[in-house]
Design a binder for this molecule. Structure first.
Ligand code: PGA
Length: 253
């Protein structure tokens, strides 16, 4: 299915098991009528995917992804899930390189690249997450860090694969902190990502890749962020845990 901009992703992280996911899908479907002019994707814990999928019923506009995969397709890798399994369970998207994977679980740029390759090989859409820490921002390293993470993460993909990703700019200092990047800061880094993509693929394709912002997106700041130049959508953590708040966000322009 095509990706229509704006793109709204709800990253539940380690919240909402199957019972809660089922209730949530029912409540959200009532609050948010299907729309053709945008894309809405939920990233529940993998264990809750089936419950969400069942409860959404015919509402296939409420699309699904997983928060992480391992790069191997199968084998003796206790605790891991593969991209093929995620697709089999109904996922179309996979987050790769979320800052919590990088900083809590130690995923390196090389690990993220292997995951991106595995996700694309499984015919799923990678949502590559990049972003600087506060120290890096204060040291004026934003450009170097973001360019490096984008180039390293997409390195294994051919041009056609690069044209088929979503990139999330999520400054680490804004995630779960209540501090949001200003619309100007978001626009500046998104322009930088667009420029980096322009070095990898043709300009029209680089222009079409959805670039989304994440980091303390809430009902009160969504419109300002969506209005920022080059911001094609958002990746929402905390506020996606409430059906009311996330339905409000997904209906914003
Ligand atoms: P937050 O999380 O909205 O709670 O800041 C965003 C994310 O980690 O994707």
């Amino acid at each position: 299915m095509a990706i229509q901009k704006p793109f709204f992703g709800g990253n539940w992280k380690l919240h909402h098991g199957p019972t809660r996911a089922r209730e949530f899908a029912g409540a959200f479907a009532e609050l948010y009528p299907a729309r053709r002019d945008r894309t809405v994707v939920f990233f529940p814990p993998a264990l809750s995917l089936a419950a969400f999928r069942e409860a959404r019923g015919t509402r296939e506009d409420l699309r699904l992804g997983v928060q992480d995969v391992y790069w191997e397709t199968e084998g003796a890798f206790t605790g891991a899930i593969s991209a093929d399994m995620a697709r089999d369970a109904g996922a179309e998207f996979v987050l790769a390189g979320h800052s919590e994977r990088r900083h809590v679980f130690g995923d390196s740029d090389a690990d993220v690249a292997r995951k991106v390759a595995a996700i694309a090989d499984a015919a799923l859409t990678p949502v590559l997450c990049v972003g600087e820490t506060l120290d890096q921002r204060e040291a004026r390293e934003v450009e170097a860090i973001v360019r490096r993470q984008v180039e390293a993460g997409l390195e294994p993909l051919a041009a056609s694969g690069v044209a088929d990703v979503v990139i999330a700019y999520e400054p680490v200092w804004a995630i779960g902190t209540g501090r949001t990047a200003s619309a100007e800061d978001a626009a500046e880094v998104h322009a930088l990502i667009r420029d980096t993509l322009g070095g990898l693929i043709d300009a029209p394709d680089a222009g079409a890749v959805p670039l989304i912002y994440g980091g303390s997106v809430k009902p009160h700041n969504i419109s300002e962020l969506l209005a920022a130049d080059q911001v094609d959508g958002v990746l929402v953590g905390g506020a996606s845990l409430s059906a009311e708040d996330f339905a409000h966000i997904c209906q914003s322009d």
